[in-house]
Design a protein around this ligand. Structure first.
Ligand SMILES: Cc1ncc(C[n+]2csc(CCOP(=O)(O)OP(=O)(O)O)c2C)c(N)n1
Length: 517
């Protein structure tokens, strides 16, 4: 058995069953090994940012690492932005990066670069396979590092000669770090703070935005009057009718500060203390009010659900959570806008949907319009690096083939990784993509207005305008095998979205909406 086979077999034995791949010459022995391991599904991606974003989506939905296969430093570099988002999401993920043969590196051949340095910026763990006999061990360690609490990106660098040389040995799984137990004393201190009756808020994040944590947090909020918040960009928020409604902390510092105004106790469960997305002249970076005590109930490495459960027993023994009632907006009519498009989404969102939200400014009304829809998951742009949505949707759809995926995508962000649509078609994924086509980088107009930079100069017009030439997403999607339509009225959008959701397989709707800014 060669090193590449040992790596493939070890991945499978450690529970990694899918590999989002864009290989090159140095990875071809691993590609050959995949032929002998049909349990390790290889998914072709036409750009590395698609592979890394898809692995993130898969990991968010399964809680287990997916693998990527990337070509040396340049391939890894192309995938970095979505690895950054995966790191921020604490997604378990294993990168497999091919490298030149160990004896070839000294020649500084054209593709030679510092892979370890690139990998280090996004990985919690980096390992190199030095010989076939230990390659399996490195992979087993990587999977354990990726899977432990909190999840992280682990990167394995696999030189070509280690791949092709004999002497490979698959390794069994290595146990991963379990989440740490929160000490009873910590729970008791937080309970005491909440019992004071002073204004309080719970801020959920990381692993604490799933049902068990939400139900416990809902009880705590109902019994103590604490406000129930979650971080601005949760990795995976479960929501909809029957679950406690959680407000996401605002993106703009002003909004988040208003939500936290007057709070004397901020209890963190899986989230960090909130900070503003960017510094802004005259606004604080730390968003908790000065007079507020920040209590860390659980970090992302802790068993936040158990800690919230114990806190609920302490302060809310007889109090049930208040649950979001079912309710959908009426289907609107008239010219399409971001606001009435959200109402259409709220009216039609199917039970069990996975919503991938990179709608940016056009998504302003989506949380409100979908709050009472049947239960669903909401995946967001954890690291702020745009170009995540279309790949993330591919990974989520492959992770959950029985669930519909609705990818709500802004036009500018879509273009970064638009080739993900080809993977949607190639794998026949049940993804409905809605492109909010506002022909602008609208959020940057809003941010420049906020920053008070030159009102409407030619550079700003040129750099933030996507209308010259206009982007034809219907043609782009059809060119990659995804059936597509365009909607300019709320009525069209309703008909097209209903049809797309009813038919299995990928669809795209270009929703022409005016820019908000
Ligand atoms: C990788 C990366 N590159 C650039 C940016 C800067 N940026 C933030 S928002 C944005 C444009 C967003 O436009 P679009 O996706 O069309 O959404 P809209 O603002 O129009 O709603 C850009 C370029 C970023 N956040 N991430």
């Amino acid at each position: 058995m060669n090193g590449a086979h040992a790596v493939a077999r070890t991945l499978l034995d450690c529970g990694v069953g899918i590999c989002f791949a864009n290989p090159g010459t140095s990875e071809l022995h691993f590609v050959a090994a995949l032929d002998d391991e049909p349990g390790l599904r290889a998914v072709p991606c036409l750009f590395e940012g698609v592979a890394t974003g898809a692995a993130d989506g898969h990991g968010r939905m399964t809680g287990r690492p997916a693998a990527t296969l990337l070509h040396l430093g340049p391939g890894l570099g192309n995938g970095l932005a979505n690895l950054h988002n995966a790191r921020r999401a604490a997604t378990p993920l294993v990168n497999l990066i091919g490298d030149h043969a160990t004896f070839h590196k000294k020649y500084d051949a054209p593709l030679e670069s510092d892979i370890d340095a690139l990998a280090g910026t996004v990985s919690g763990w980096v390992g190199r396979c030095d010989d076939p006999a230990t390659a399996g061990r490195v992979v087993a360690e990587a999977v354990a590092a990726a899977t432990g609490a909190p999840g992280q990106v682990a990167t394995v660098i696999l030189p070509a000669d280690v791949s092709w040389s004999d002497g490979g040995r698959p390794e069994p799984p290595i146990p991963a770090r379990p989440p740490a137990t929160v000490p009873a004393q910590t729970v008791a201190e937080v309970a005491e703070a909440l019992r004071t009756g002073e204004p309080a808020a719970l801020l959920l994040g990381g692993p604490a935005t799933r049902e068990p944590s939400l139900l416990a947090a809902g009880r705590i909020a109902a019994a103590t009057g604490a406000r129930l918040l979650c971080e601005t960009f949760p990795a995976r928020l479960e929501r909809g009718a029957g679950l406690p409604a959680v407000e996401r902390l605002g993106y703009l510092a002003e909004g988040a500060m208003a939500q936290l105004d007057g709070v004397r106790h901020l209890v963190l469960a899986g989230a960090g203390s909130p900070v503003s997305f960017f510094a802004h002249p005259g606004l604080p970076g730390l968003l908790a009010p000065d007079a507020c005590t920040v209590h860390t109930l659980a970090t992302a490495a802790d068993d936040a659900a158990a800690a919230l459960g114990e806190l609920a027993e302490a302060v809310a023994a007889d109090t049930p959570a208040v649950l979001q009632p079912a309710g959908r907006p009426a289907a609107p009519t008239g010219a399409l806008t971001a606001e009435n498009a959200a109402a259409v989404v709220g009216a039609l969102l199917p039970e069990g949907a996975i919503v991938v939200d990179e709608a940016n400014t056009s998504g302003l009304w989506l949380p409100g319009a979908t709050a009472g829809a049947p239960r669903h998951d909401w995946l967001t742009l954890t690291g702020g690096a745009i170009g995540q949505g279309l790949p993330l949707a591919a990974g989520a759809a492959l992770a959950c083939p029985d669930r519909p995926v609705l990818c709500l995508e802004a036009d500018g962000s879509a273009m970064y990784t638009v080739s993900a649509l080809w993977t949607h078609a190639r794998e026949d994924l049940d993804i409905t993509t809605v492109i909010f086509a506002n022909s602008a980088y609208a959020i940057l107009t809003m941010e420049s207005q906020r920053l008070g930079t030159a009102a409407d100069g030619p550079a700003r017009r040129d750099l933030l305008d996507l209308s010259r030439p206009g982007l034809d997403f219907v043609a782009l999607a059809r060119g990659m095998g995804v059936p597509a339509t365009r909607a300019t009225t709320a009525d069209d959008f309703t008909v097209q979205l209903r049809r797309a959701l009813a038919e299995p397989g990928p669809h795209l709707i270009e929703a022409a909406v005016p820019a908000l800014f």
